[in-house]
Design a protein around this ligand. Structure first.
Ligand code: AGP
Length: 372
């Protein structure tokens, strides 16, 4: 009913709008007055966290994209090697697991069969499993050794939005906590990022306030057949997520690429007026990558691409090459996905609407996939 949708036309719009609160709720009570993380709720002995030699993340779809981003954070802040794998592929390749492997299973619903089977396999091999989940008492957290709940509230639309942002927050918390417990050389940076995280809900809110041009752009592209997405570093999984949203909602051919791979093949796809969305890393903290991606934008534009550039406020270098410029607030490099994903969600939702698609219930899809 309209009341359930809180005055929005679709659950998806409501859930996109709820993201600042979802992010804030997921942080609530997990940062103490001194600015340290308190995740005692995990009830995993510190000894186990200190001795873990490998982290393996398993998940599907959007949750898998959160896992891809988590890898950058975990390896940077903890120096523990981290692998990310599609849950549906995991157990069939005889993965190497033991008591010193920490497996993280990410799932909004907690009922995804592929993810459940992956975590069962991991536990059989003696690994400890931590679930990151949005649904209290669901099967995946019940069968795990520990759980960190995301507090997004119920997500009804099939396309995941607020659950994704809170999965990211939970992954950052786990990465920072592991860093804190193990005491890495990044102590100062970890404390600074924890401070920045507590400001991030306000930044997500600011992004939401500037989305009208994105909606307008989406409507103007409603008759296109293909949209490509490019990113680097944590912007690469963001590009994959932008493409997945467009597939499921707009039923358009959409693909995400690591921008550095362009020259190894995908650049052959570029043709006149092809829309390409580029997620640009911050010029402050990742200046080499920033410069490289600016050259990519230049290259594809010279070949006729219509460039839709998502870049940090104050990044002037992209201006000459952006046919459309979407600004996002400056954040620490690893946290950028929390703000960069939001315009892509709005873009896909508006394109779906413009194409007359059912936004909350896309064809052929179910909210939770309980078969393998
Ligand atoms: C996201 O928009 C999708 N509908 C889908 O990829 C989803 O993220 C995936 O099926 C995993 O679901 P889960 O988080 O409930 O395990």
């Amino acid at each position: 009913s309209a009341a359930e949708k809180g005055g929005y036309d679709y659950f998806m719009l409501k859930e996109i709008a709820e993201q600042p609160k979802a992010v804030a709720d997921t942080l609530l009570g997990r940062i103490d007055a001194s600015g340290s993380l308190t995740l005692d709720e995990l009830r995993i002995p510190h000894g186990v966290l200190r001795e873990a030699q490998k982290v393996v993340i398993v998940a599907c779809g959007t949750a898998f994209h959160a896992g891809l981003i988590a890898k950058y954070a975990i390896e940077h802040w903890t120096r523990i090697p981290c692998e990310v794998e599609l849950a549906s592929e995991f157990r069939y390749r005889d993965p190497i697991l033991d008591q010193r492997t920490l497996v993280i299973a990410i799932s909004q619903s907690g009922e995804t069969m592929d993810t459940l089977m992956a975590l069962r396999h991991a536990r059989e091999q003696g690994a400890k499993v931590l679930a990151i989940c949005n649904t209290n008492g669901s099967t995946i957290p019940r069968e795990s050794d520990a759980v960190l709940y995301t507090h997004a509230g119920p997500e009804v639309a099939v396309a995941s939005t607020k659950a994704f942002l809170t999965q990211l927050v939970a992954c950052y918390l786990v990465a920072l906590y592991l860093g804190q417990v193990r005491g890495t050389k990044w102590g100062d940076e970890i404390r600074a990022v924890i401070r920045d995280l507590s400001q991030i809900a306000g930044e997500v809110d600011r992004v939401l306030e500037t989305m009208e041009p994105v909606r307008e752009l989406a409507r103007s592209l409603s008759r296109k057949n293909t949209v490509l997405f490019l990113g680097r570093h944590v912007g690469y999984p963001v590009a994959l997520e932008g493409a997945l949203k467009l597939k499921e909602l707009a039923y358009m051919h959409a693909e995400g690429f690591a921008a550095g791979e362009l020259k190894h093949g995908p650049i052959a796809l570029i043709e006149n007026d092809l829309p390409v969305v580029i997620v640009v890393p911050s010029p402050r903290s990742r200046s080499v990558l920033h410069d490289k991606i600016v050259s990519n934008i230049q290259e594809i534009r010279a070949r006729g691409a219509r460039t839709i550039v998502i870049a940090e406020e104050g990044d002037e270098a992209v201006e000459p090459y952006a046919d459309h410029l979407i600004r996002i607030p400056a954040t620490p490099a690893l946290l950028q996905p929390l703000v960069a994903t939001v315009p892509l969600q709005v873009f896909a939702c508006e394109l779906a609407t413009a194409r007359g698609n059912e936004v909350d219930q896309p064809r052929n899809l179910a909210k939770s996939v309980t078969v393998e």
